[in-house]
Design a protein. Structure first.
Lengths: 179, 129
């Protein structure tokens, strides 16, 4: 039903240029998309919102390219992944990524100890491992969907997940989460 | 080496809160909507609308400047004169005794056809559009 509703909203945007329909899509998906970027940028809210905004603008501009082969959510996450990938690549061109930078810079608000722990733990992962881990354990995507979103073969996704989980377990044990 | 059940549960518990996190909108959607670029179709549609308005204004101006109103007025007066002429001929030449049809009935039917039918048709067309 949600899928039908998404497709009808996308049709409204693509065929009738209905901006209200796109407004509804943004409202519906802003939380998971911004959360995805928060996890990738290790809690940098400003950067996450900028990247999320860029994602929605790209989705709007290219909405006629959405063919409905995958769900709208998967298609949107694929754009989000590409936006983040481009951002990481642009950073690599200027300087090496300092993964601890975002953790240090992120604004600390309430119930943040666990969040900080989460971002510290995620900072131990390589970007692809982090993407696979957060897409599975936070956003709840299956391995085939993760492969579809990232364009990485399923076996490589499995390897990223295995290595990422091992690093996470090691971190959690080191920080007393196993007691 | 695979993970133990305890490790799996520990990992799931650690990510559970992050998975439940809902980010409030706080004006994000408005910002996105304000920054949406105009799509090509919208640009073309806007240009087409402007071009139609421009052509309409130029057309109306040319019509009055080049004496179009006088031409239309001339056509209208000629049509009225011609209709009156036809009616006069009809009234003079119409047989009144040989046939049972009253010429006034014919006149009423003509009025109905000339005025009422076009009016009804125009009204239906405008409501359908």
């Amino acid at each position: 039903m949600a899928e039908l509703s998404d497709i009808s909203l996308v049709t409204q945007v693509a065929v009738f240029h209905n901006k209200r329909a796109f407004d509804q899509l943004v409202r519906k998906y802003q939380s998971p998309v911004r959360r995805f970027f928060l996890n990738q940028t290790l809690g940098d809210e400003q950067l996450s919102d900028d990247l999320a905004q860029e994602t929605f603008i790209k989705a709007y501009v290219n909405i006629t390219k959405f063919r409905g082969m995958a769900s709208f959510s998967t298609w949107l996450f694929r754009i989000a992944y590409n936006v983040h990938y481009d951002y990481v690549r642009s950073l690599r061109q200027t300087d090496d990524i300092d993964t601890s930078r975002a953790v240090k810079n992120s604004s600390v608000s309430s119930d943040e100890n666990l969040k900080m722990d989460l971002y510290k733990a995620l900072s131990l992962l390589k970007p692809d491992e982090r993407t696979c881990i957060t897409l599975q354990l936070i956003d709840g995507h299956q391995i085939d969907k993760i492969a579809e979103i990232t364009g990485i073969p399923e076996n490589t996704v499995k390897s990223h997940l295995r290595r990422g989980k091992e690093k996470m377990v090691y971190y959690l044990k080191q920080n007393g989460y196993d007691r | 080496m695979g993970m133990t059940d305890k490790e799996k549960i520990m990992l799931e518990d650690f990510f559970k809160q992050a998975a439940q996190q809902q980010i409030e909108d706080r004006g994000f959607t408005e910002r996105v909507m304000q920054n949406l670029p105009e799509r090509r179709v919208e640009q073309v549609r806007r240009l087409s609308r402007l071009w139609t308005i421009f052509c309409g204004v130029v057309g109306v101006a040319m019509f009055f400047l080049l004496g179009g109103w006088q031409v239309v007025q001339g056509w209208f007066l000629a049509a009225v004169r011609m209709t009156i002429g036809w009616l006069e001929i009809f009234m003079v030449t119409a047989p009144t005794t040989e046939i049972s049809i009253n010429p006034w009935v014919v006149l009423l039917v003509l009025v109905f056809v000339i005025i009422f039918l076009p009016y009804q048709t125009a009204r239906r067309l405008s409501s359908a559009l």
